[in-house]
Design a protein around this ligand. Structure first.
Ligand code: FES
Ligand SMILES: [Fe+2]
Length: 321
């Protein structure tokens, strides 16, 4: 597993909860390690996807009651990851060492979150989740062949809207961005009052002048809410660090207006994100430079500058240079 203390001691989305049903183990990848997810009595478990006998993938095995059975020689593991049965030696108590590496797993916002270490922070808050006036639409996942911090920085960037998302989130005739401040706090970054004209801010086709508030909640989780005199459109965006150069973005849109169907909202987000993906995948260096002498920064890049500074302050090494 990639050895970045900040990310090891953080929570990461590894799956959409409905994709991890009862009765079927699922294989996912986090920080260059394969994990098996499985459920027993509703509770989800996340382990290293490896049987300690001969290194077989446990995700190829089967769930029996509240045990997971290796497909190769039937070693049977309980929910604590302890081997409790070795079929070739039914009378023998399995050795103490016969146990898998168990990680913390939680289900929140309809996702499975895993922490490989001892999380220093709770799962970042999604303010609209419990607010019934907001509809929540799950979008993605989107795979980027790019580093997690590059994907997050793209999410925070407004000056690309008129170019990458022309006709939707921006208009090349109006590329200017107002002055705004981005504040670094111990908990992340917040940038307020970024106002842009959007020909189609949400897929409804109704143009609006919108004002953004962006927040970096954790190194690989960010959020914005944009509003135009009333209606609010929020987005929660979190990235699985699969490897230094591979990221999976998971997102919810939350909105308190409109009559678009979920499918329409999802189609719009798919369109926008697939416009971003080739741009982010093309960026070199692949790893986000935290030295502000690298690359060029303008006033309009304040959110990105603050993000890079904050990552340096907290000591993130993964996906950065
Ligand atoms: S490899 Fe798993 S039981 Fe032998
Ligand atoms: Fe974009």
């Amino acid at each position: 597993m990639l050895n970045d203390a900040v990310l090891l001691n953080d929570w990461h989305v590894v799956a959409y909860a409905p994709d991890v049903p009862e009765g079927k183990p699922v294989s996912v990848r986090l920080l260059e390690e394969d994990l098996v997810l499985w459920r027993a009595g509703g509770q989800v478990h996340a382990w290293r996807d490896l049987c300690v006998h001969r290194g077989t993938r446990l995700s190829l095995g089967r769930i029996e009651g509240d045990t997971l059975v290796c497909p190769y020689h039937g070693w049977t593991y309980n929910t604590e990851g302890r081997c409790v049965r070795i079929p070739a030696h039914p009378g023998q108590t399995p050795p103490e060492k016969a146990r898998t590496m168990v990680y913390q797993a939680r289900e929140k916002y309809g996702w499975i979150w895993v922490s490989p270490g001892n999380p220093t922070h709770d799962i970042p808050a999604f303010p609209e989740w419990d607010d019934a006036s907001f509809r929540k639409v799950h979008c993605g996942p989107y795979t980027f062949k790019a580093s997690g911090p590059r994907a997050i920085e793209n999410f925070l960037d407004v000056t690309h809207f008129p170019f990458v998302h022309a006709g939707y989130l921006g208009d090349p005739q109006f590329p200017e961005v107002n002055d705004y401040e981005a504040e670094i706090t111990p908990e992340g970054v917040i940038a307020r009052d970024i106002t842009v004209w959007q020909p189609d801010p949400d897929g409804s086709g109704q143009g609006a002048q919108v004002t953004y508030t962006y927040q970096v909640l954790r190194p690989l989780t960010a959020y914005f809410v944009k509003s135009s005199a009333g209606p609010r459109f929020a987005m929660y965006f979190t990235v699985t660090p699969v490897a230094q150069d591979t990221s999976i973005a998971w997102t919810y849109v939350a909105l308190d207006y409109g009559d678009q169907t979920e499918a329409e909202i999802r189609d719009f987000e798919n369109l926008i994100t697939w416009q971003d993906v080739p741009i982010v995948e093309s960026q070199r260096p692949e790893l986000l430079p935290l030295d502000l002498q690298a690359e060029l920064h303008l006033r309009s890049d304040r959110t990105a500058i603050a993000y890079r500074r904050w990552l340096r302050q907290i000591g993130l090494t993964f996906g950065t240079a």
